[in-house]
Structure formats: structure tokens, C-alpha cells
Design a protein around this ligand. Structure first.
Ligand SMILES: CC(=O)N[C@H]1[C@@H](OP(=O)(O)OP(=O)(O)OC[C@H]2O[C@@H](n3ccc(=O)[nH]c3=O)[C@H](O)[C@@H]2O)O[C@H](CO)[C@@H](O)[C@@H]1O
Length: 383
């Protein structure tokens, strides 16, 4: 309800004042979780008249390549991590961050965007600071259930911060927050709306599909669990395992397929999955919610991250939308029992599916596109 009112007001504002071309600068990076959501917003805006886009991101080729596939010009800047622990690299990175700030300042001066959309990750901080110096309006987006450090810094210089949920953002409550959910790529949104879809060729007619997702770069912990329990898992169904580029083992089994990354096949797999075993990255969760996938979540632990996936998983657990196994206490027996419970109990799966769908936000990209247009127009008109 709150969302509907927001959208209607924003769209009416737009009708009143939307007039001319819009150049959007996207910034963010680190993992695909900081790239795909911005690309979903770009897909939404791409049909607007006189829309142009460019991206400021890290020099790493993988991000540049993904953004390039969408035809968006990519400007690379230096990158420095904002570590909260002592490391010699901190000194080097302070230098990188200062250089990145001046690189971003130069790019923004030349490209003259109307608005910046920051998708977070440390690389977004220098462009947002440069935008503040040049008085270019900024809209930031946080995907996770609680704000990361980059979002907390960028918030000070943003006209508006888009967040996925109503709860979890008390640290940002003094800023202008809009609940938009997490934007999802168009191919996935469209597939989720289809009544039915063909089954993947490898899957038997009534065979359950156990889809295993490790996030952008795969999950060593989940890979280990799957490999340890593979004989029993494949008795329960066909196992399709996304293991990440650095941990491919080429295991051969007639009811098992291992891939480093899932590209175009993702909508088909999500649509047909009986059960999904997954890390708890915010965007993967948004996609699982959209498809209503009965899921077993194994979040990345606090020792190797800021604990964002633990927060994400807890939220889904509180809403009874997914089963969660926490990484520190997890063993193969517990893992197998949980998958077996999910595969075997259809009623339980349907309950999870229903609660999952309540967390879905299929119009998030449209909502954020509207926010960007509104922020641009209100700044142009000096509101
Ligand atoms: C280690 C790390 O820093 N993880 C963070 C990172 O995760 P990560 O980048 O893994 O995050 P997400 O799960 O949020 O997003 C991954 C995206 O890549 C897509 N995908 C992934 C694998 C694949 O084979 N094919 C594919 O298309 C997913 O569908 C999804 O759209 O960003 C998330 C969003 O801020 C955080 O919640 C995570 O904690």
C-alpha cells in the first residue's frame, strides 16, 4: 500500500515536470550483486526518450564486460577498499581513493550527467563525493537487509536512498529513504510472470530439480557440502550446481551437472526448481522471492564478510519464507536432512513458496527509474 502511494505521487510529479533528456551515471561494483540491479534500472529507463547512460567502475575486466553487454560506455577508475582493520594496504588504498576521486571528478565534468545512481561497493564512494562537489544529485541503493559502509558514507551526499525493506534501516532514518525492493533483470521478471515454462531437456518428466546457487563467484562451503553428499542428493532428484569459476571439479554423474556460472538458463532453472540451495546474497534472494522458490539458505558467515548475508537470511527466516542453516554450526548430515525435508514435504514447500512470494518486488526497477526521473526534475526545477 505504502509503495503504491509512493509510486502514484512520483509518477504524477513526473507528468507535471518531465520534459527533457536524461543522462544517468551508474556507479558500483565488486561483485555482480552490485551490477545486475543497476542494469535492471537501465533496462527500465532504456525505453525513455533521449536517455543516455554511462558507468564509472573498477578497472577489473569482468565488470566492464558485463556492463559492455548492455551497450553502456564504461569509465574505469582506481579502486581502494575501506577496511576497518589494520593493514599495510590501507595506506596504498588511501592513495587509490584520492586518485579515484579526481578521476571521477574529471569524468563527471566531461560527461555532465543529470543524476548519479550509486549501487554501492567501495568503488562508488569517490564518484559520489565528486558528484557532491559538482552539485550533481545522487540516488543510492542498498540491496542488503542492513546498510553497508559504502551506503552509509554515500547516504550523506544522496538526495534519496532506495532500500529493499521497511525494517533494518534505522541507521539511515535521518535521510530520505524510499522502499523500492531490489531491481531484477527484465528476463527474470518476464519469466516469473509466465504461467508455465518448458522443462529443461536434461530433466525427467516428474523428476525433482535441486538447484544449487553459490552467488556471483560460487561458494566453497556449499560446494563441499554438495560433493560430500552427492550420492544421497542425486537419489532425491537432479542436482544442478553452480559452483563458481575457481572451483570446478568436472564430476560426472547422470543426475548431476556442474557449471561455473548460469547465464541465460537462469529463468528456466528458477521456474522449474523444486528446491533451491543458495547463499543469501540480496539479489539472489529477491529473484528467489519473485519465482517463489522453496529454498534452503546457507548465508556467508560473519568471519568472511560484514555479516550482510546473515542479516538477509534472518529476515527471510523471520518471515517463514525460507529454511536457513547458519554456516558456523553446519555439517553434511544437517544439510542432507534439510534438503530431504524440503524435497519430501510438498505442503511445507508450498507454505514457503507463499511466504517467499510475499517478499517479491517485481516492479522495483520501474520504481527506482521513477525516483531517478523525479530527483533529476526536482533538482532542475530547484524544488
Ligand atoms: C561475497 C560477497 O561480497 N557477497 C555479497 C554480494 O554477493 P553476490 O554478488 O554473490 O550477490 P547477489 O546474490 O546479491 O547477486 C548475484 C547476482 O548474480 C546472478 N548470478 C549469480 C550466479 C550465476 O551463476 N548467475 C547469475 O546470474 C544472480 O542471479 C544475482 O542477480 O553482493 C550481495 C548484494 O549486496 C550481498 O548480499 C552479498 O553478501
Amino acid at each position: 500500500m505504502v509503495y503504491q502511494i509512493d509510486t502514484i505521487i512520483l509518477e504524477q510529479l513526473l507528468l507535471l515536470c518531465y520534459s527533457e533528456a536524461m543522462v544517468v551515471c551508474y556507479t558500483g561494483g565488486g561483485t555482480l550483486g552490485h551490477i545486475f540491479p543497476a542494469l535492471a534500472v537501465h533496462e527500465e529507463l532504456a525505453c525513455s526518450p533521449d536517455y543516455q547512460a554511462f558507468w564509472i567502475g573498477r578497472e577489473e575486466a569482468s565488470e566492464k564486460e558485463v556492463v559492455g553487454r548492455y551497450g553502456i560506455p564504461f569509465f574505469a577508475i582506481r579502486w581502494g577498499k575501506l577496511r576497518r582493520y589494520w593493514s599495510l594496504r590501507n595506506f596504498l588504498d588511501i592513495g587509490n581513493i584520492i586518485i579515484a576521486f579526481f578521476q571521477a571528478l574529471h569524468i563527471l565534468r566531461v560527461q555532465k550527467p543529470d543524476v548519479i545512481f550509486s549501487k554501492g561497493g567501495f568503488v562508488s564512494v569517490p564518484p559520489v563525493l565528486a558528484a557532491a562537489v559538482l552539485h550533481i544529485p545522487v540516488v543510492s541503493h542498498e540491496s542488503d537487509a542492513t546498510p553497508g559502509l559504502a551506503t552509509r558514507i554515500n547516504a550523506k551526499y544522496s538526495q534519496c536512498i532506495c532500500v529493499p525493506f521497511h525494517e533494518g534501516f534505522t541507521a539511515l532514518k535521518k535521510y530520505n529513504l524510499v522502499v523500492t525492493g531490489n531491481p531484477i533483470r527484465r528476463s527474470l521478471v518476464l519469466a516469473s510472470q509466465q504461467e508455465s515454462m518448458q522443462r529443461p531437456a536434461f530433466l525427467g518428466l516428474s523428476e525433482p530439480l535441486i538447484l544449487v546457487l553459490g552467488g556471483s563467484s560460487g561458494s566453497a562451503q556449499i560446494n563441499l557440502l554438495v560433493r560430500e553428499t552427492l550420492a544421497s542428493l542425486t537419489e532425491m532428484g537432479y542436482v544442478y550446481h553452480q559452483c563458481g569459476a575457481n572451483d570446478v571439479q568436472h564430476l560426472v554423474h547422470d543426475r548431476y551437472q556442474e557449471v561455473s556460472f548460469i547465464d541465460e538458463a537462469l529463468p528456466l532453472l528458477l521456474k522449474n526448481a523444486t528446491v533451491v540451495v543458495s547463499r543469501a546474497g540480496a539479489n539472489t534472494l529477491a529473484e528467489l522471492a519473485l519465482f517463489g522458490c522453496p529454498s534452503l539458505l546457507i548465508p556467508l558467515g560473519g568471519a568472511s564478510s560484514r555479516g550482510d548475508q546473515i542479516d538477509n537470511a534472518r529476515l527471510f527466516e523471520r518471515k517463514e519464507a525460507a529454511m536457513v542453516l547458519y554456516p558456523d554450526t553446519l555439517d553434511a548430515k544437517q544439510f542432507l536432512e534439510s534438503v530431504s525435508l524440503l524435497v519430501g514435504d510438498e505442503e511445507f514447500r508450498e507454505r514457503l513458496r507463499g511466504n517467499m512470494k510475499k517478499l517479491a518486488y517485481g516492479t522495483s526497477a520501474h520504481h527506482i527509474a521513477t525516483v531517478l526521473k523525479t530527483v533529476k526534475e526536482s533538482t532542475c526545477n530547484g524544488v
